[in-house]
Every structure is written in C-alpha cells, then in structure tokens.
Write a protein that binds this ligand. Sequence first.
Ligand code: GLC
Length: 476
Amino acid sequence: MRIAMLASEAAPYVKTGGLGDVMQALPAELSKIKGNEIVLFLPYYKKIKLDPSIKVEAVGSFTMELAWRESYVGIFRLKSRRKKLQIYFIDNDYYFGARSTIYGDFDDGERFTYFSKAAMAALYYLNFKPDILHCHDWQSAMGVVYCRALYQAWCPNTKTIFTIHNVEYQGWADSSFFETTLGLPEFFRGHMTFDGSINLMKGAITMADVVSTVSKTYSQELCYPQYAHRLDGVLRNATLTGITNGIDVGVYNPETDAALRVNYSAADMSGKWENKRALREEMGLRTDVDTPIMGMVTRLAGHKGIDLLCYIAQKLLQRDVQLVIVGTGEKQYECILSALQKQYPGKVAVRLAFDPALACRVYAGVDMYLMPSKSEPCGLSQLIAMRYGGVPIVSETGGLKDTVPNYDPESKEGRGFVFSEYTGEEFLSAIDRAVALYYDDREEFNALAKRNMQTDFSWQVPAGEYMKLYTELLSK
Ligand code: GLC
C-alpha cells in the first residue's frame, strides 16, 4: 500500500508535543509492514535546515500558485537507507526557512495552507500516487481538500483520512481567506465556512473519506459541545473513528535510555529506586525520607489540569509526599508553582523548562504520575510513565480513560487511580488511594508498577488498526 502522510511536526526533526511523537513512530511502524511504502511530508523549518546532523538531498523544485501568489516549492529528502519510509521536507524560506517559529505567527493559516498545497504538488511532481492520503491536525487539513479539488483526475482512487490530535486548534481565518489564500473553486466555500469564518479543520472533516482521532473515548466525546470546541455538529455528521496511540518503545525504553542514571527493566526494579534517589538529588528534594514522589511533565495550561493541582496543592502537601513538576506555559501557573517550591523546600521541585532528557529522568524517578487533564485526546505521558514503572493518577477522559483502567484492590486489576468527577476533592481522593497503597502495601504497589512496565504500549497494535481502516477504505 502506498501511503502519504502530511504533518507539521515529527520527532526527532521537530517536536513541540505529542503529535511529534506520533509522527515519528506511526510512519516507521507502518513501513515495517510488508508491501507498504510510506512518504512523510514536513515543512523545512529553519531549525531543521540549520541542523547539520540532518542530512538531506535536493530532489527538485517548481513554482506553485497560492491564490494570487506565485510561490517557490523546493523538495528535499532525508538521506536514508530505509527505502520503505521516505521523509520529505517542503522548502520555502519565506514561510519556514528564514524564521524561527514553528507555530504562532500571524500568518500561520497561510503558512500551513501553503505547506499542504505544496505537499500535494510534490506528490504529483514525484509521481507518487498514494492509495491513502493521511493528514494530521489542522496544519495539514488542506491536503485533504486540495487532493479533491485539484488532483481528482490524477488520483481518483486515493482515499483520504484526517486525524484529529487536538480539536482545540482548528485553523480559523477571516472569510476573505477563501479568495486571498485558498484560491479554491466556489463550490468548496460551504465546506470551508463555519459561522461566517473560514475553518480549515472543518474543510478536512467534511471532505475526508474518514475522520479519526487518537482514542475511542475522545471520538465519542467529540460529538458533544463541551469537548468539540464548536465542531460537535460537524463531527456528528462525519464518519468518525478512534484509534488509541502507542509509544515508540525503542525511544522510550528504561533499559537503554541514555538520559537515566542507571538503566533498568521490569525484571529488576532496583534500578528504578536508584533513579528515584538520583532525581531527588538533581531536583533538590529531601533524600532522607521514604515518601512517594509524584511527578508531572506537562505544558502548564489549564486544560492539562494544572489549575486543579494548584487548587489542591496546600492540602496535598500536608501529606507525606514529594512533588516534581517540569514544564513551561502560562505565566500564572509558573508563578503559583514557583511559590509552592519556595513554601515547601525539599518537598516540591519545579523546573520551568522544556527538557526532554529531564522528562525521562522524571518518568524513571517518580512513583506516581499525575495527569488530571480536563480533556485529553490520547495523552502519551501516562503511557511513558507506565513504561518506566510509574503508577498514573488520571481523570477519566479521552485516552486517559482508555489506557488507565482504575485499580481495583480486590481483583488487583487496573493500572492506576482514576477520578471521574472533575473536582479537586475527587482528584485528591484518587491521590489518597494511591498514597494509601504505597504506605500500606508496598509490595503490591511495586507489583502494580511492574505490571505497568510489562504492558505492551507499542505501536504494533495501533498500526495494525490503521492498516485495517485503510484496507476497508480501499475496498469501498
Ligand atoms: C495532542 C493531544 C494528545 C495526544 C497527541 C498525539 O497533543 O493533546 O492527547 O496524545 O496529540 O496524538
């Protein structure tokens, strides 16, 4: 099967969040399946262009219209021996190569419309006629639309799939964007318009053969206004399915992770306790205690539940626990967390940083991992935390619900501690259940952590589900 993927980020080249992890692992996993040929398109950001360790070769260039603009499109390909997975970078200095931003520029709508259109043009240029065109999030949503609008005659049998990793970001633009930038036939205006404005994600949802999202529960939640950021009506009319993400178990592997003090496996957890000691030293936490460490590696944003944590913090810190938080984000939370660290020296450690290596040491060093998200399409941190032998404490939403069944002390089934009502009291009570197990039955607490480590969170299962979905689409 020939599969073309479009995305705005993929680790290790460029990553700002979970999408980057998914785009590193999913194409690679699919390329291992016999008969598959995968191409992945990314913007050629300045950061990638300037990185001497990323070796590319020029493949070709042409000019392309974007409404009234005549734009340059350069195609570069990662030098690689893996012929089944080719990574292409779309080069244009004006949009990507000469500025440092990944997201957040005034003209993001135009930048990513350009990217999506250029990637389609590049497929045509390369004469790579995909069986499946798979676009991710609003930044590549226009790939689906241009595929239908401009390339129908060239690839009439190509099936399109659009995956929503986070519905919060949709690519809104003024209604004039339709003429000034999209440059589509009038027929498409209705598909692109929502509430008088242009909405790129809506375009992909209404035009794709199938829409998917990154967990079963989130795919159901998206049909309700409290989760869908206004697109619930549009999504209720779509063919919507959910496939829960995995993690790259080669990258996130406590047996080989070079960021850790010592490597360890489920067979011998003593290395984990070594990492716990090391984390205390590194973060300036008291080392002469036997408390559980709870950790969070996160963007400091309200929907990640940081507000809930701040709300319960004073009560939580009356307990014999230690708290480690790593992340950057909204100023208000940075201030509250820094104040907590001052108030509870040796007990609370905060690093306001985006630091992937430290993140891994946190996963390896903590006993419990907090993820009280208000909504969570899938969430990868809870999976990484479990792979490193942590016990997650999560809200019952989206992918958290699907990947962390609540622990039942009777049957000893489940993977973590779940709260369903989104209140500080419920969050605290889930934490208390975890802390009680830690102090009252350490053997069972450690056994739970160990079982989590042994659970298969690899991409093999989800990649198989995507293949099934693709195959179904192609048989229609
Ligand atoms: C987004 C979502 C997150 C998901 C990730 C990868 O970042 O917020 O829940 O895990 O995409 O699909």
